[in-house]
Design a protein around this ligand. Sequence first.
Ligand SMILES: CC(C)(COP(=O)(O)OP(=O)(O)OC[C@H]1O[C@@H](n2cnc3c(N)ncnc32)[C@H](O)[C@@H]1OP(=O)(O)O)[C@@H](O)C(=O)NCCC(=O)NCCS
Length: 142
Amino acid sequence: MTRVEEAWRSGHAAPLVIADPATDDPVGLINLQFRNDDVATLAYSVFPARRGHGIAPHAVRLVAGWAFRDLGLTELLLETDEANAASIRVAEKCQFQRIGSRTALNSEGDEYTRLVFATWWRLGCAGDDAGPRGGASGDVVE
Ligand SMILES: CC(C)(COP(=O)(O)OP(=O)(O)OC[C@H]1O[C@@H](n2cnc3c(N)ncnc32)[C@H](O)[C@@H]1OP(=O)(O)O)[C@@H](O)C(=O)NCCC(=O)NCCS
């Protein structure tokens, strides 16, 4: 079993492929890592050739809607390198709020700062009617 399958089967994470709705080709990845029954951490990437077209924000909104509405989560976190302007823009576009920062080590052992963002289901990251177990639809990830 691959690590992705194991993560899904164990319930520790929901690793998903972002697919082009017209062709079904994979264009990126998005993952929910569950911390407990209420909180999960979100991470995403879009393949280089497909960046700059709003794919990540759209995927984040859809996954957030699923997480809040169907899974009953109340808080989503995401972390990004403070130098990662594109990822910070995604967080801002999806109405995540910056709640702090922490120092981490990169692969060379050098320190860098990671910004921590959060959103809560009432903020409407996934749309005005998103909420635990009731509201917006959106099963198809772009
Ligand atoms: C961060 C990332 C997921 C954004 O995905 P995306 O689908 O391109 O998101 P958007 O289209 O909303 O673009 C976000 C920002 O990227 C920048 N951007 C625009 N075109 C771009 C391009 N062709 N290439 C790279 N970045 C671009 C812009 O700053 C844009 O913000 P703007 O819309 O306010 O101008 C993507 O850049 C990526 O996969 N990066 C590498 C992995 C990563 O950093 N993941 C985040 C870790 S949590």
